[in-house]
Ligand binder design. Structure first.
Ligand code: UT7
Length: 325
């Protein structure tokens, strides 16, 4: 049976120039390099420069993705940009990206699923392609979480960083089997009852301010491993696959201990796990595409490989996808 598949045609990433080490944070906060490394695996993070916005990072990642796909911006039918830190309350940052890429056709919008944003954006774009409404899509995750942190709160500020990553998805044909190239399956979940565990204490409607991130880290940790494992099981069983079939597991990069516990729970060998959390910290919606691009550039992810992605974030939202590269 011939089916439409969303095939990865290109990938790109961008990180701000400024690196902030744990030692630097320890000069301003009651924390230490040792505590942060032991509890999170994070060594350093990148922080956007003054005047550098989510759209700037998204554009840089998108341009690299377009170059690697050998496509002009006007070949793109749809931009889906995942962010919880848009340049402005409106318009969507995706439309700023659209304009600055020189793209004068198609549609562009943002999706808001916090750290799960990239998995959500990928699922949206995949479905547009599968129903024939788009041929080429840019899927971007871009965040400046440094702008919504309470820098006096050691329990949250040491955990996050800024950055962007992007994929170009292009319509291709497959046989409807798990041997096809492209997105094989996506699974999205949310449960709004968990609002108070991870949220931002402001917003245009409630406070007319942006607010800052608040988190009950321990409880988020506990729920993250369970929820992400369930999402992974959903993807694997939808395709009749097992953890042993995975070439690369590219999880949301929040905490090395969460990555290790999730990989252990679902049975993926540590040598198959892509981890960038040491150098990027948690970049929310940018974390999965940043990790994907790292593993593409260093030669780990190759055409034909089976790649499992997952994420979990505020809401709660969570999800997973299987992609044959
Ligand atoms: O993408 C989804 C978003 N978020 C996450 O995935 C984060 C999930 N949660 C986590 O990663 C972890 O729970 C944290 C890294 C946030 C915290 O690690 P933990 O092992 O759960 O530590 P804890 O919250 O139980 O705190 C242990 C101690 C506390 O001190 P007391 O009460 O034992 O005296 C904290 O006050 O560590 C203290 N602490 C710190 N100490 C030094 C908390 N933050 C820091 C810090 N430096 N930065």
């Amino acid at each position: 049976m011939s089916v439409i598949r969303s095939v990865v045609a290109g990938a790109g990433a961008y990180l701000p120039a400024r690196t902030v080490t744990n030692q630097e944070l320890a000069t301003q906060l009651d924390t230490s390099d040792e505590w942060i490394r032991e509890r999170t695996g994070i060594h350093e993070r990148r922080i956007a420069a003054d005047g550098e916005y989510t759209s700037d990072m998204a554009i840089a990642a998108a341009q690299e993705a377009l170059r690697s796909a050998n496509l002009n911006a006007n070949a793109i039918d749809l931009i889906v940009l995942a962010t919880a830190t848009p340049d402005e309350t409106f318009p969507a940052t995706a439309t700023t990206v659209q304009a600055r890429l020189g793209m004068t056709r198609g549609a562009a919008f943002d999706v808001q699923a916090v750290c799960s944003g990239f998995v959500y954006a990928l699922a949206v774009a995949d479905n547009f392609i599968k129903v024939g409404q788009a041929k080429n899509c840019l899927v971007i995750g871009a965040e400046t979480f440094s702008r919504i942190l309470d820098w006096s709160d050691r329990t949250t500020s040491v955990l996050f960083g800024d950055g962007a990553g992007a994929l170009v998805l292009s319509a291709g044909r497959g046989e409807g089997t798990q041997a096809d190239r492209g997105v094989l399956t996506t699974h999205l979940f949310s449960d709004g009852r968990h609002h108070d565990l991870l949220y931002v204490d402001g917003g245009p409607s409630k406070t007319r301010t942006t607010g800052v991130l608040r988190m009950e880290g321990k409880e988020v940790f506990r729920q993250a491993v369970t929820k992400m494992s369930e999402a992974i099981d959903a993807s694997l069983s939808a395709c009749g696959l097992t953890a042993q079939d995975i070439d690369w597991f590219v999880p949301h990069q929040a905490n090395q201990r969460i990555l290790d516990a999730t990989a252990r729970k679902v049975g993926v060998h540590p040598s198959r796990v892509v981890s960038t959390v040491a150098h990027h910290a948690n970049t929310s919606a940018a974390s999965v595409p940043l990790a994907l691009v790292t593993a593409i550039k260093d030669g780990r992810i190759k055409p034909g490989h089976l790649v499992l992605i997952e994420a979990m974030g505020g809401g709660f939202t969570w999800g997973s996808a299987l992609i044959r590269w």
